[in-house]
Design a protein around this ligand. Structure first.
Ligand code: TYD
Ligand code: MG
Length: 459
C-alpha cells in the first residue's frame, strides 16, 4: 500500500512542490501554496480504478496502421452548443465546464441532459438533492425519462453506478464536491480534484462515454485548481456573463476536436437558458439621439462576427493618479491604447479618468476591437458623438498604425447585414478583400490620426 505523503500545491495552478514557496515558479502568483496530505499509489501500481486493461493497450503501433475509429458526434440538441463543441460531442471526451457560482452551469448541463434525445444520461450532483434537481427540471421542461439523477460525492461509488447503469453521457456537478478514497485530503483540494478527474477520465476512455465535468471558477478567473484539469480534459468550456445581466456566453477555451474561441450566446430566462441566434441585434442598444462616448465595433469570436457596443467615459481626474476602470476589456490593453492616444494625438490622457464598458456584460479579447475602443474614448473626450450607423474594425499598433483586424471581410459583411452605413477599417486590409458588393461604405484608415479626424467630424 502506498505511503502517506504530504506535499505543497499552488492553489492557483496546481503546481506541486516538496516545500513551501512564497511565489509559485509556474504561474508567478504570491502566497498560493497550501499543504495537502496525499497518498499516491506508486507509479508501478495499478491505477486505483484499474481494470487490468493496461497491457493490452500499450503496444506501440506504426502511425499509418492506426485505424481511425469513425467519429460519430453526438447531437446535443442545441445548435449553439454543437457549434462551440466543433460539430457535436465526441464519444469518450471529457468536457470541463467552468464558471462562477450562480452563472448557470447546473442549469445548462441539466438542460443538455434532458435535451439529448434518445440517450441515457446520468446526472450526478454532489451539491443538490434529487428533489431540488426535480424542481429545477420542472421549470426547464424537457425529456425526463432518460435522465437519471444520482446524489453522490464518492468518486469510486459514482464509477460503480456508472458501470451498472451504462449511460450514454454523464454530467458531474461539480468536480469540487467529489472525493476519492485513495486521497486523504478534503474534497475540493487540488490532489482530490486531480485524482477524481483521472478516475473519470479512465472511465470515459475505456467505455467511450462522454463526461461533462462542472468546475467552479474563483473570482480571478481560474477554476480552483483546474490548470491541472485543463490539460487532462479534451475540451474546456467557460460559461461567463455578468450576473446582473441576462446574457451568458459559452466559450471554448480548449478543444481537441474543433476550433477554440468559438462562442455560443444564451439568455437566462425564468424557464431556463434560451439560445440567442443573432447576438448582434441584442448587443446594440438603441438610442433616440446620438450620444458621445459610444462606438460600435465589428468583432469576431472564433468564426462568427458580431457587432458590439463600446462605451467610454473620459473625464478630468479629481486626484493625482487617474483612474482606469474597464469591464469586459483587458485593462492593460486599455492602458496601451491610452498611451498611444497621448503620444500620437497629444491628448492629455494622463489627467483624465477613463471608464470603459463593453455592452451586455461580455468579455472581448479580440484586438480588432481596438479601433472601436479608441473611437469611443476620443468621442467622449471631445464630446462628439460618432456618426450614426458607423462601425469600426481594426487593431491599433504601438506607433499608432491601424492594422487589419482578422477576417475583416466577414466583419464588413456583418455590419452591412445589420444595416450599418459605413465601416472604418485598416487600409492594409484593402488588398485582402474580395470584389463582392458589400452594400456599405468602407472608410480606410492607416493611422490613429485619421481615426481621430473621423471622430472630430472632419471627414
Ligand atoms: P445555476 O445553474 O444553479 O448556477 P451554477 O450551477 O453555475 O452555480 O444557476 C443559478 C441561477 O440561474 C440562479 O441565480 C437563478 C437562475 N435561473 C434562472 O434565472 N432561470 C431558470 O430557469 C433557472 C433554473 C435558474
Ligand atoms: Mg450548480
Amino acid at each position: 500500500m502506498a505511503k502517506t505523503k504530504k506535499s505543497w500545491f499552488c492553489k492557483n495552478c496546481g503546481s506541486e512542490s516538496p516545500k513551501w514557496l512564497g511565489r509559485c515558479p509556474d504561474c508567478g502568483e504570491w502566497n498560493t501554496f497550501v499543504e495537502e496530505v496525499i497518498s499516491k499509489p506508486s507509479r508501478y501500481e495499478a491505477p486505483s480504478s484499474g481494470d487490468g486493461e493496461r497491457t493490452s493497450r500499450s503496444t506501440p503501433i506504426p502511425l499509418n496502421e492506426v485505424r481511425q475509429r469513425e467519429l460519430v458526434r453526438i447531437d446535443m440538441g442545441y445548435p449553439e452548443v454543437n457549434r462551440v463543441l466543433g460539430g457535436g460531442l465526441v464519444p469518450g471526451s471529457l468536457v470541463l465546464l467552468g464558471g462562477e457560482p450562480g452563472i448557470g452551469k447546473s442549469t445548462l448541463s441539466l438542460q443538455l441532459a434532458m435535451r439529448v434525445s434518445g440517450l441515457k444520461v446520468l446526472y450526478v450532483s454532489g451539491e443538490e438533492s434529487p428533489e431540488q434537481i426535480k424542481l429545477r427540471a420542472d421549470r426547464l421542461s424537457g425529456n425526463t425519462e432518460n435522465c437519471y439523477i444520482l446524489s453522490e460525492t464518492s468518486c469510486e461509488t459514482i464509477v460503480d453506478r456508472m458501470r451498472q447503469l451504462n449511460p450514454d453521457m454523464v454530467v458531474i456537478d461539480s468536480i469540487q464536491t467529489l472525493y476519492s478514497d485513495t486521497i486523504e485530503s478534503s474534497p475540493g483540494s487540488i490532489s482530490q480534484i486531480r485524482e477524481c478527474a483521472a478516475i473519470l477520465m479512465r472511465y470515459a476512455k475505456q467505455t467511450m462515454t462522454p463526461i461533462f465535468i462542472i468546475g467552479h471558477i474563483t473570482k480571478d478567473g481560474t477554476i480552483a485548481g483546474p490548470k491541472i484539469l485543463e490539460h487532462i480534459v479534451d475540451v474546456v468550456f467557460q460559461f461567463e456573463g455578468d450576473p446582473n445581466n441576462i446574457y451568458r456566453l459559452l466559450r471554448s477555451v480548449k478543444n481537441r476536436f474543433g476550433a477554440t474561441s468559438e462562442i455560443g450566446v444564451f439568455e437566462m430566462r425564468g424557464d431556463g437558458l434560451k439560445e440567442v441566434e443573432n447576438p448582434s441585434e441584442i448587443l446594440l442598444s438603441h438610442h433616440d439621439e446620438p450620444l458621445s462616448g459610444i462606438a460600435i465595433g465589428a468583432t469576431m469570436d472564433g468564426a462568427r462576427p458580431y457587432m458590439i457596443e463600446v462605451q467610454a467615459l473620459a473625464s478630468a481626474t479629481a486626484y493625482g493618479t487617474p483612474q482606469r476602470t474597464t469591464t469586459g476589456f483587458d485593462g492593460k490593453r486599455l492602458s496601451m491604447l491610452l498611451a498611444v492616444i497621448e503620444k500620437r494625438l497629444n491628448f492629455r490622457m494622463g489627467t483624465k479618468d477613463v471608464f470603459l464598458n463593453i455592452a451586455g456584460g461580455f468579455k472581448v479579447s479580440d484586438p480588432g476591437l481596438d479601433a472601436a475602443v479608441v473611437a469611443s474614448i476620443l468621442s467622449s473626450a471631445l464630446d462628439k458623438p460618432v456618426a450614426e450607423r458607423t462601425a469600426f474594425a481594426g487593431e491599433i499598433g504601438l506607433s499608432g498604425e491601424v492594422r487589419p483586424a482578422s477576417r475583416t471581410e466577414q466583419r464588413i459583411m456583418e455590419a452591412s447585414r445589420l444595416g450599418f452605413e459605413r465601416i472604418v477599417v485598416s487600409s492594409y486590409a484593402k488588398k485582402g478583400l474580395s470584389g463582392t458588393k458589400k452594400g456599405i461604405e468602407i472608410i480606410y484608415v492607416s493611422k490613429i490620426e485619421e481615426l481621430a479626424r473621423i471622430i472630430a467630424g472632419a471627414v
